[in-house]
Unconditional design. Structure first.
Length: 131
């Protein structure tokens, strides 16, 4: 099962060529990541999200335009000792327009150090895991 969340294309997402600019997809991924984390972890404030972004990749498959109705989804493909991989898929109807992934590292913001992923997260995320 994937975590699903709708994405709105705003006028300011477009560049001079009329399509959604490449940099905006990082924000779309961020929106999906935050809502996934808030729902999954049940945290009340963004400051309580216990991981940090280490790496991001994006594959641009189709141009996206103002008025397109987008649906985003998030899965987890790998959970390591301190880091895990989130997979992002953005669809317009049945068509996949963008795919990507992020490496996220479990992080103690008080000590500013990476820490092992707790077993509780492994259990919480199990239903969103895909090979
Ligand atoms: C990321 C670091 C904390 C890692 O430093 P450290 O020395 O502790 O790492 P280790 O070498 O011990 O490795 C531990 C573990 O992590 C994997 N790993 C390490 N670095 C990376 C990396 N850059 N990319 C991918 N993976 C990495 C390593 O393979 C190990 O994996 P195991 O599973 O085997 O344990 C440190 O480098 C650091 O602090 N970097 C800077 C991070 C940063 O500034 N990021 C940008 C700002 S954060 C951000 O933008 C952000 C946006 C969001 O939208 C978020 C949403 C929700 C939550 C967080 C968000 C967020 O942080």
């Amino acid at each position: 099962m994937s975590f699903q969340y709708p994405l709105e294309v705003r006028f300011r997402d477009l560049d001079g060529l009329g399509h959604v600019n490449n940099a905006v997809y990082l924000t779309y991924f961020e929106t999906l990541r935050l809502h996934f984390a808030l729902e999954l972890l049940g945290v009340a404030h963004l400051a309580e999200v216990p991981f940090i972004l280490g790496e991001i990749s994006v594959r641009f498959l189709k141009p996206v335009f103002f008025g397109d109705q987008l649906q985003g989804s998030v899965d987890v493909s790998r959970i390591g000792h301190k880091s895990f991989t989130m997979i992002y898929t953005i669809k317009r109807g049945n068509e996949i327009v963008t795919q990507g992934s992020t490496e996220l590292i479990w992080f103690d913001y008080k000590t500013q150090r990476s820490v092992p992923i707790p077993d509780s997260f492994r259990q919480q995320v199990a239903s969103y895991q895909r090979p």
